[in-house]
Structures are given as structure tokens and as C-alpha cells.
Design a protein around this ligand. Structure first.
Ligand code: SAM
Length: 195
């Protein structure tokens, strides 16, 4: 309900009418092998359905924080996941928060960002920041919604992923999600030169 209200007020930032289903939320967390990660960053927490899965699976030594741009949703995620560090800020500022943990990069970024409603320039800028913020060999996982594949922003996003990462794979489709969705799992080359 919270997400639907935010979608009605700010559709180009929220990009979803309902929370991601438990099945798709578990899938993204399973694919990320979170128990083996040292530093995990979440982008676009919404109401915290991915956050809850992440917190359950990371090790006690893992650094984890989440960036959510909408203050109402950031507060909702914090209430739903009291032990997590949720910051109300844009994904563009990952580096500022990594620095506050004395890090320059992380080994996993999990995104609930609504790529299918973003302008091409924002897709490019955010993906560049995400790539720069990953360790060599780091992983980027993001939700994608099936209807988005039919429209130009979703198609442009897929080709940007292919241009940016050394490997991009797609999970199976989770039909029980509203609308049906899947996960893109992207890897940064082990010997990548940041540029
Ligand atoms: C599709 S919704 C949330 C998905 C979440 N997995 C869920 O089911 O609750 C996308 C979220 O991304 C947030 N968002 C959009 N642009 C953002 C940005 N530049 N930085 C951080 N969060 C952003 C929106 O406010 C929204 O909460």
C-alpha cells in the first residue's frame, strides 16, 4: 500500500505498484551468495523486502548499508529492518557512504531500482557509478520487470548492462510477482581497469 501511494505521487522514481514478491526477493538473495560477501550495498530499498532477506543472510563481519531516495520509504525500511543501516540518499552517492565505512568499493550491489522508468542518461550515470563502486570480480544483481522488456528503456538498460559488464545472465521468470519479474546477474571482470 505504501509503495502504491508513492507510485501515484512519484511514478518516475518509484516504478512499482506493489512490493516485490517473497519468491523474487528470495531469488535475488540466493543468487548473490550473500554469506560469502564482505561488503554489500542495496540501492532502492522501497519498503525493505530485499533488505530483510539481505540482513538474514550476510555474515556478522559483512558491511551492509542501503540507499533509498524517498524519505517515507527509507523510514518504512528502517522500521521493517531495525538492525540495517538505511540512508535516505540517491544511489549516485554510493562512494560517499563507502568512504564513511573506510572503503572505496564493495563486492556486491543489490538493486531494486526501477530501471524501466529511468531516462537513458540516468541509467548510464547510475550504472557507471555502480561499476566504479564494485571490486574487480564484484557482482551486481538487479530486479527487472517483464513488461519493461517490451519498451525502449528496458531494452536500452539491457544493452547498457552488456556494454558495461563482462558477464550478464538472466534468471528464470517469477510469474507470481506483480508484474512478473526476473533478475539480471552481472559480473565485473576480475582484471578490470576502472575508467
Ligand atoms: C521498485 S521500488 C522498490 C523495490 C523493492 N524491492 C520493493 O519491492 O519494495 C524502487 C525504489 O527505488 C527508489 N529509487 C528510485 N531512484 C532512486 C535513486 N536514484 N537512489 C536510491 N533509490 C531510488 C524508489 O524510491 C523506490 O523505493
Amino acid at each position: 500500500m505504501k509503495l502504491l501511494r508513492q507510485m501515484l505521487t512519484n511514478p518516475r522514481q518509484t516504478g512499482a505498484i506493489a512490493n516485490t514478491s517473497p519468491k523474487l526477493s528470495r531469488l535475488i538473495a540466493d543468487m548473490a551468495n550473500l554469506d560469502q560477501k564482505n561488503c554489500v550495498v542495496e540501492l532502492g530499498a522501497g519498503t525493505g523486502v530485499f533488505t530483510r532477506e539481505i540482513v538474514k543472510r550476510i555474515s556478522a563481519q559483512c558491511t551492509f548499508f542501503s540507499l533509498e531516495i524517498n524519505p517515507i520509504l527509507a523510514k518504512e525500511t528502517q522500521n521493517n529492518c531495525p538492525s540495517a543501516n538505511i540512508f535516505c540518499d540517491s544511489a549516485e552517492n554510493i562512494q560517499t557512504y563507502l568512504s564513511s565505512y573506510e572503503k572505496t568499493s564493495c563486492d556486491c550491489i543489490i538493486s531494486g531500482l526501477p530501471w524501466g522508468v529511468f531516462e537513458f542518461s540516468l541509467q548510464k550515470q547510475l550504472l557507471h557509478t555502480i561499476y566504479q563502486s564494485l571490486d574487480n570480480g564484484g557482482e551486481f544483481l538487479t530486479i527487472a520487470l517483464l513488461p519493461g522488456l517490451l519498451f525502449p528503456p528496458g531494452k536500452r538498460f539491457r544493452s547498457l548492462l552488456d556494454q558495461t559488464f563482462s558477464s550478464v545472465t538472466k534468471s528464470h521468470i517469477v510469474w507470481q510477482n506483480l508484474p512478473p519479474g526476473f533478475i539480471y546477474h552481472c559480473k565485473k571482470e576480475k582484471g578490470a581497469l576502472n575508467g
